[in-house]
Write a protein that binds this ligand. Structure first.
Ligand SMILES: [Zn+2]
Length: 106
């Protein structure tokens, strides 16, 4: 911690602000892939290169049919909007088929 403080003092507070911004951007990008903390670490250490790498990650977990959020693991309930993921998947499959049929009819 003292080393980190000395580093920030010698390179000016701009480095601290840069690390914070880079980590926050990494966190936001990582959350979209279901890996927020890892995204923050990548952003802080690697900066724009880290953001690029985060963009190449595969989305881990189950994407919500209702809100599009990624749920790590294999949960039954969406942690973003709280709906039942299994029921939502079945419902969207049916409405997707119905929607396609409707658009064919004009
Ligand atoms: Zn959701």
């Amino acid at each position: 911690m003292e080393q980190a403080l000395a580093f920030i003092q010698s390179y000016g507070p701009g480095v601290g602000i840069y690390l914070l911004v880079a980590a926050v951007i990494g966190l936001v990008l990582g959350l979209r892939k279901g890996r927020g903390i890892k995204g923050a670490v990548f952003g802080a250490i690697l900066g724009p290169i880290g953001w690029y790498l985060i963009g190449r990650w595969d989305a881990r977990g189950k994407s919500c049919a209702e809100c599009g959020g990624i749920n790590p693991g294999n949960p039954r309930i969406c942690r973003h909007c709280g709906i039942n993921l299994l029921a939502a998947e079945k419902r969207t499959e049916r409405s997707r088929v119905r929607g396609t049929t409707d658009s064919w009819r004009g």
